[in-house]
Design a protein around this ligand. Sequence first.
Ligand code: HEM
Length: 214
Amino acid sequence: MGSAMNATLDPSQFLLRRLHSLLGLLPIGAFLTFHLWENSQSRFGAEHYNTRVVATLQEMNYLVFVELFVIALPLLFHAAYGLAITGQMRAELSRYPYARNRFYWLQRISGVGILVFLLLHVGTTRLQGLWQPAVRDDLYGHMQGMLSDPLVFGFYALGLLLSVFHLANGLSTMAIVWGLTTSARAQRLFGYVCTALGLVLGAIGIHGLLGFLP
Ligand code: HEM
């Protein structure tokens, strides 16, 4: 799928496509993994989470630089180019009703879902903390307040599972596009590895969400 598609791209589009693919894994996928692990520390309570986890990160030198250049800008590029790819999407599902085509669709639909989730999530945490110091100083309490509403909890669980699916499925297609898994057997086996990774990350993420509940 990937190589046939790439054959029709001009060199600059090809490079942008490869950049989009690479950024999905590094740094965005790596950050997502770190972020889920970081938030799984919620289960050790407010004191531990606010002072040992959040405060330690907030005291990091060059934090804004890292947030901007290692997280925000790569994510903005990946999301903008991802939306452009999604806009060009052909209705292939109806023509080829196979599992891989469904995943091709799901990758795009999950991308759009993640975008909505991230805008609300970043807006109500990191950005809100900029003008409300109380939020920044007690992120545990802030998250607990929000997640105590079952609707918000459901929204967070969905955003989290979409992100984890998108990363795990993206990893398996990436390996094909970059020529790492060429045989059907290698693709199937690596698919199992990606599924396992998705399940572990999903479990860590849900565990973290539950850790905020009273
Ligand atoms: C948690 C944030 C995200 C992570 C960790 C992530 C990760 C990835 C990875 C690893 C891939 C595989 C690259 C490949 O197929 O070569 C991918 C593909 C893709 N991503 Fe994301 N992504 C994220 C957010 C988004 C957002 C917000 C959008 C925008 C709508 C998006 C749209 C896409 C699309 C359309 C593809 C498929 C590209 C293709 O098949 O050529 N992603 N993503």
